[in-house]
Ligand binder design. Structure first.
Ligand SMILES: Cc1ncc(COP(=O)(O)O)c(C=O)c1O
Length: 497
């Protein structure tokens, strides 16, 4: 019987015309391959013009716009103004470069739109377990360790430190919170440790005062005597030393702490060893530096990224925890609506744990796919060659700097970071700082190259952190040549004092 009030038509977000979206999709793939292929022909960075910025100040779209038009806006207003880290002369901060196949993997993962937080018997969890097993093997962790892919190393540090806090507290932190502590819980790291460690300490409710910044030696490694003395003093003061955070490659200079010595100290003191190996952990693949990372495999937890030195597109990091049950104890929480691991058949009848038992996220993307495809595409041997190549290239750069009277190295080059500055006779330290800052700005503004800047021993320096698979030796020739050219030009314009 026909209804008097017909039901409204139903909608979906699927394309109304699959064939036209298919054509657009093919165009996008072609365009992106061309974009990657021709990256060297574009400036390393350029400003986003004011009129383009204004395009991102528009009213909320209320009605549909054709995908072709949206893509055109992307081509005009988004694509031409990236931060630039896919460029062969981008070496600022610590940015990765990505690869073409891994970009396609993102499309595949997003099309499947899998939630890798849990559930059994679906492919994404097996892919993630597989890549974590490969990482354990590559980084010398035992097969029995647990692991979780994360958004990056900040999240990986947070998770590792949360496990350390809960396991070493001596009371139920999850129930009682930090007010349950009878002694102040203390952590130790070098003054060069990354800021994400302090952020994690703050988020964990320990307070930034709980993080003791230990001085470094001339090679920017944690001073072991100072570390031991600080731990002893804290015990005498009635505190609870519970964790040391070792650096496997500091952000400023790439320094690697003596990780075996840290592991010995932690064992003696019964404290947790967490290692931040954001990019440096991958130095183990390179025969030239592997021995400097000895001891990393003894850590209780290890945080690292894949979007820096393993060249995978953002975002992907990972945390490994030596004892799986400790990892799970810190995070597992199973309300009725997430019951799992009870055996039997179906989507919830598989093995414990789910990945949500190892971290704070329940819903999680299928990050593992790009890692799985990348590792298969290149193989660990090619990654090892690339990482060694990057190390050799920064040594080449250090050689160019050493051979240039206008330049000076500002810190030892141990891994993939080079800190250096331009010298101008007659300028005092303040003048040199200002000049080097200007040189950096000109390198960026002229689109030549993107190093970043930092302060080393109180002096402003240029800093190259190399995790770029596209760079060639002649890119470093260009950098050195241009730093000297710009330095000379700027110095000419400085009024004599
Ligand atoms: C040594 C170190 N640790 C941690 C981090 C934070 O990693 P992410 O940016 O992936 O969160 C970085 C970032 O550069 C780093 O260099």
């Amino acid at each position: 019987m026909a209804s008097k009030n017909p039901l409204p038509a139903e909608e979906t977000l699927d394309p109304q015309n699959w064939e036209s979206l298919r054509a657009l999709g093919h165009r996008m793939l072609d365009d992106m391959l061309d974009y990657l292929k021709t990256v060297r022909e574009r400036p390393a960075w350029r400003h986003i013009p004011e009129q383009v910025k204004a395009q991102f100040n528009q009213p909320l779209p209320l009605d549909p716009q054709p995908p072709e038009e949206i893509y055109q806006e992307f081509l005009e207003n988004v694509l031409p103004y990236p931060v630039g880290n896919i460029h062969p002369r981008f070496w600022g901060w610590v940015f990765g470069t990505g690869t073409a196949l891994a970009a396609f993997a993102e499309l595949l993962a997003a099309s499947m739109n899998t939630n890798a937080g849990g559930l059994d018997h679906h492919s994404a969890v097996h892919v993630e377990k597989q890549v974590i097993d490969w990482f354990k093997q590559m980084l010398g962790f035992p097969a029995s360790a647990s692991g979780l892919l994360t958004s990056g190393c900040s999240a990986a540090n947070l998770i590792g430190l949360a496990v350390a806090r809960d396991i070493k507290a001596g009371f139920d932190v999850r129930r009682d919170g930090i007010p349950g502590a009878s002694r102040k819980m203390m952590l130790y790291a070098s003054q060069e440790i990354h800021s994400s460690v302090q952020k994690a300490v703050e988020l964990l409710g320990l307070g930034s005062d709980a993080l003791r910044y230990v001085p470094v030696n001339d090679d920017f490694q944690i001073d072991l005597q100072a570390l031991k003395a600080t731990i002893t003093q804290d015990r005498q003061d009635g505190h609870l030393p519970f964790c040391v955070v070792g650096a496997a490659g500091t952000t400023n200079t790439g320094a690697i702490d003596d990780l075996n010595a840290l592991a010995d100290i932690c064992q003696r003191e019964n404290v947790w060893l967490h290692v931040d190996g954001a990019f440096g952990a991958w130095g183990v693949l390179a025969p030239g530096v592997r021995s400097q990372l000895a001891g990393m495999e003894r850590a209780d937890s290890l945080a690292f990224d894949l979007h820096k030195w393993m060249y995978m597109p953002y975002e992907i990091g990972c945390v490994l925890v030596r004892h799986e049950e400790e990892h799970r104890k810190a995070f597992s929480l199973t309300p009725a609506y997430l019951t799992h691991g009870e055996g039997g058949r179906g989507m919830t009848g598989g093995d414990l744990p789910w990945f949500c038992d190892y971290g704070f996220q329940l819903s999680r993307g299928f990050r593992a796919l790009k890692a799985w495809m990348s590792l298969k595409e290149h193989g660990s041997r090619r990654y090892a060659r690339l990482i060694q190549q990057n190390i050799d290239q920064v040594r080449y750069l250090a050689g160019l700097i050493d051979a240039s009277p206008q330049l000076e190295l500002s810190a030892p080059v141990t891994l993939n970071v080079v800190c250096f500055r331009y010298l101008e006779p007659g300028l005092d330290e303040g003048g040199l700082d200002a000049l080097n800052k200007q040189i950096l700005t000109e390198l960026h503004e002229q689109g030549i190259a993107v190093p970043s800047g930092t302060i080393i021993r109180g002096k402003y320096v240029l800093r190259v952190a190399h995790t770029n698979h596209r760079s060639r030796r002649d890119d470093f020739d260009i950098l050195v040549r241009e730093v000297i050219r710009i330095g000379k030009e700027l110095a000419l314009a400085i009024e004599p004092a």
